[in-house]
Structure formats: structure tokens, C-alpha cells
Write a protein that binds this ligand. Structure first.
Ligand code: GLN
Length: 240
């Protein structure tokens, strides 16, 4: 079986919120199932490999985010990846970058995004900081509940062709409008850190299933289940 390659995009620009843990989670969940898997870390200025099955983008500060989007535009590799059906999983700054545009700075300069998702981000009225609980569309039972930690000044509006990933139960999400994240084909954008795939193993497996194009056998890891139980309890306590 060929090695599954997870490409972690621009750690030094999009790495300050600990979202590289998403790569670790995907790697472990593949290895626990007997897949050969590796993480390739790519920095700005280096070409994105065309061999990846999953591309991960994390959160970052505004200036770093602008550098990242410019480097990704010049590279073109994420477009190629999405076009051939690789999974792109983008968190917070990465989510904003994957959209049509976002604004930065005191003068709200508009920066063009990659256009992988039909969403637009502008500065919001208050920074969204705190635990977030959402209900993931199209999933039932415990798997539908997604938890994480949001920390963003940008507010994101879905365009006419965009589909939200989830509905907000606690927190702000896209723009305080009840929606969270966006999904288009094999591209997912979402606000929660955590890392979000550590807190939500069903979402991690969904990303892997999109990437591999096949269903995966269920995994039972007691420590993962316990972490999830604790985080869900914590966010539900906050919501009372
Ligand atoms: N700079 C973006 C914002 O504040 C993204 C922040 C983040 O990645 N957590 O909206």
C-alpha cells in the first residue's frame, strides 16, 4: 500500500495556534489502522508537493497570513490538490486564506484569497475568543458535536455557492450568524483550534475518508474518547 502523505503548509507562518496537532492526529489514526503515512512540512518559498492526499493549513496572525496567501498563490499547488480531489483542511487564518478575500490592518485592506471556498472575511465588531460548540451537518449522534477553541477578529460570510460545515450552539463561528465553517468538495474551512481534529475524531476520519476516497474501519481509542467526553462536558458547562 502506498504511503499516505499529509502536507503541513507553512508552519512558520500558520503555526502559532498549535494546529499542527491536526497532522499528528491524522498520522496516528492512519497508522493505528495499518496505513503507511508521513507528514511533509513545507515552508513558504518551497514548492508544495503534488503527491499529498491531505493538505493542512493552520491559524496565524494577520501579517503572516498575508505572506502565506501570496506564497500559496504563487505556488498554485493547493488549487492543483483540490482539483485532483485531495483533501484540504484549513483552520482559522487558513480558512480565511482559502476564501475569496479577507481584510487586514487598520485600513481594512482587502487581500485576495485562493477562492477554494466561496466565503468572504472582514473585520468583525468584537474578537471572537472562547470555547465553541457546533452541530456538524449531515452527521448524527455524538459525532455531530464539534468542539474547539475559536480566536479570530475576522468574520466570515458565506457566498451564494458556499455550504456551511456546521451550526453554532455556543460561540461565534463564521460571523455570529449561526453558521460555522464551509465545505466545498474536498475542501473544508473551519474556525476552531484545539487542535480541532484531536477533539473531534469523527471529523478527522471524515477528512481521511475524503482524502482516500474510501470508508475507514472504526477505531476505538479509550484516551481519545475520554478527551472528547471531557471537552464536550466543559463546553456544555459554559453554555448553561
Ligand atoms: N488573523 C485572523 C483573524 O484574527 C486569523 C486568526 C487565527 O488564525 N486564529 O481573524
Amino acid at each position: 500500500m502506498a504511503t499516505v502523505e499529509i502536507v503541513l503548509v507553512y508552519q512558520s507562518l500558520l503555526g502559532i495556534y498549535g494546529d499542527r496537532g491536526n497532522a499528528t492526529v491524522l498520522l496516528k489514526r492512519l497508522m493505528w489502522r495499518g496505513f503507511d503515512a508521513k507528514v511533509t512540512v513545507v515552508e513558504a518559498g518551497e514548492p508544495l508537493p503534488d503527491s499529498g492526499q491531505v493538505y493542512l493549513l493552520g491559524g496565524g496572525e494577520d501579517a503572516a497570513q498575508v505572506s502565506a496567501v501570496r506564497a500559496l498563490q504563487a505556488d498554485g499547488g493547493l488549487h492543483r490538490a483540490a482539483t485532483r480531489g485531495a483533501a484540504v483542511f484549513a483552520v482559522c487564518a487558513g480558512y480565511q486564506i482559502a476564501g475569496q478575500s479577507f481584510t487586514v490592518g487598520d485600513h481594512d485592506e482587502v487581500i485576495e484569497g485562493l477562492g477554494l471556498l466561496d466565503v468572504t472575511t472582514v473585520r468583525g465588531p468584537v474578537r471572537a475568543v472562547g470555547e465553541i460548540l457546533t452541530r456538524w451537518h449531515g452527521h448524527d449522534g455524538d459525532a455531530q458535536w464539534l468542539t474547539g477553541f475559536e480566536n479570530h477578529g475576522g468574520y466570515t460570510t458565506l457566498g451564494p455557492t458556499a455550504q456551511a460545515l456546521a451550526s453554532v450552539e455556543v460561540g461565534v463561528g463564521n460571523a455570529g450568524d449561526g453558521t460555522e465553517g464551509a465545505i466545498a468538495g474536498t475542501v473544508i474551512g473551519t474556525y476552531p483550534h484545539g487542535p480541532v481534529l484531536a477533539r473531534n475524531p469523527a471529523l478527522a476520519d471524515h477528512v481521511l475518508e475524503m482524502a482516500l476516497g474510501e470508508p475507514l474501519a472504526p477505531l476505538d481509542r479509550p484516551e481519545v474518547t475520554e478527551l472528547r467526553r471531557q471537552r464536550l462536558a466543559a463546553v456544555r458547562r459554559l453554555s448553561r
